[in-house]
Design a protein around this ligand. Structure first.
Ligand code: XIL
Length: 337
């Protein structure tokens, strides 16, 4: 971390300590030069519970619009872009010095019907370039971190690129092309390939490693890789070889981010033992993140009720926004020097 940032972070935690207030997640993460935060709903401001926005403002230094930047949300009709709700979220963040992660420019899911009706590679490439560049230019310097391509690798044996993506029509080089178009639209933006199930050492992460290594060899402009980390409390960071896996990507010179972290409880629910186990997984995840100097730790939601997997109570804040054991498990390692 640069010395000035370090000093600023120390001062912040120092101030929090001197005033008797516990430091927040974002203050603790700042000491590591890391952003911390989560996905927020597009209706953040309409939320009846002011604690939702209050928690985000107090604890998070980065947010993601959970669904508001997906293709279907922004360009439901070809070349007619609708930014209203998402702009409100982005502006809310900007006014508070909270960074925004853009998610996501190219994904096989949440794609409007008109994209599937495109019939040729040039038509698909034209639509992709227009979408990527229009969206990035619209948000400009307000959004400097982008998931350019999300979940392109299939889960079938050998983990080839997904055949069920409408973007496959654009040609086998469509991922490279997407990154080049993104870089052209905003040369200063940080560009990521993002996927799930590739956290540990496994066939999928091997495929992802080969993909990004090839991209780097071809001179494709990219900053790093995002590991979603939708996990459950039975997950073992150690046994999965996650640290070793993150390290090999880091050794390629890529930045690492954990982008959609949530850790589901088993069906037996929020028992003390299950909450402790969940906390341990969070502790190991933040530890792995710190070890590879990851630049962001982003959770997929704010509190349990608002999670897309609400039944699994997978986040740091409970239904009433109280801090769960997992909160302490994340903040403590960030504060330990
Ligand atoms: C999910 C949202 O959380 C849901 O609200 C929506 O219905 C579907 O998408 N991987 C991703 C995210 O990259 O965009 C997904 O978000 C969760 C899985």
């Amino acid at each position: 971390m640069n010395p000035q940032l370090c000093l600023a972070a120390l001062t912040l935690t120092g101030l929090a300590a001197a005033s008797g207030q516990a430091p927040t997640l974002k203050q603790a993460a700042q000491q590591r030069g890391m952003l911390i935060g989560g996905a927020v709903s597009s209706t953040l401001f309409d939320d009846l519970d002011p604690e939702y926005a209050g928690t985000v403002a107090r604890e998070f230094s980065v947010i993601v619009s959970e669904n508001g930047m997906k293709w279907k949300a922004l360009e439901g009709t070809q070349n007619e872009f609708v930014y209203g709700l998402t702009d409100a979220t982005v502006n809310w963040a900007q006014e508070r010095g909270v960074k925004v992660r853009g998610h996501t420019l190219v994904w096989h899911d949440s794609v409007p019907a008109w994209v599937y009706q495109l019939g040729t590679a040039p038509q698909m490439r034209g639509a992709m370039k227009n979408h990527i560049q229009s969206v990035m230019k619209h948000f400009g310097s307000r959004v400097m971190i982008w998931d350019v391509v999300n979940e392109a690798i299939a889960d079938t044996p050998g983990n080839p690129l997904r055949a069920n993506s409408p973007f496959a029509l654009a040609g086998p080089d469509y991922i490279d092309a997407a990154f080049r178009w993104a870089h052209e639209a905003n040369p200063a933006a940080r560009l990521y390939y993002n996927d799930y199930g590739a956290e540990g050492m496994n066939g999928k992460s091997d495929a992802m490693y080969a993909l990004v290594k090839g991209m780097l060899a071809r001179g494709v402009p990219m900053t790093g890789v995002g590991f979603q980390a939708h996990l459950d409390s039975g997950y073992s960071v150690k046994d999965s070889g996650m640290l070793e896996n993150l390290r090999r990507f880091h050794d390629l010179g890529l930045d690492i981010q954990l982008t959609e972290v949530d850790v589901q409880l088993p069906a037996s629910g929020a028992t003390p033992a299950n909450l402790a186990r969940q906390a341990q997984v969070y502790r190991d995840l933040i530890g792995a993140c710190v070890s590879v100097k990851c630049s962001a730790f982003v959770m997929w939601g704010v509190n349990d009720t608002s999670s897309w997997r609400a039944g699994g109570k997978p986040l740091l804040f409970d239904d009433d926004y109280a801090k769960k054991p997992a909160y302490g498990a994340v903040i403590q390692p960030l504060q330990t020097r």
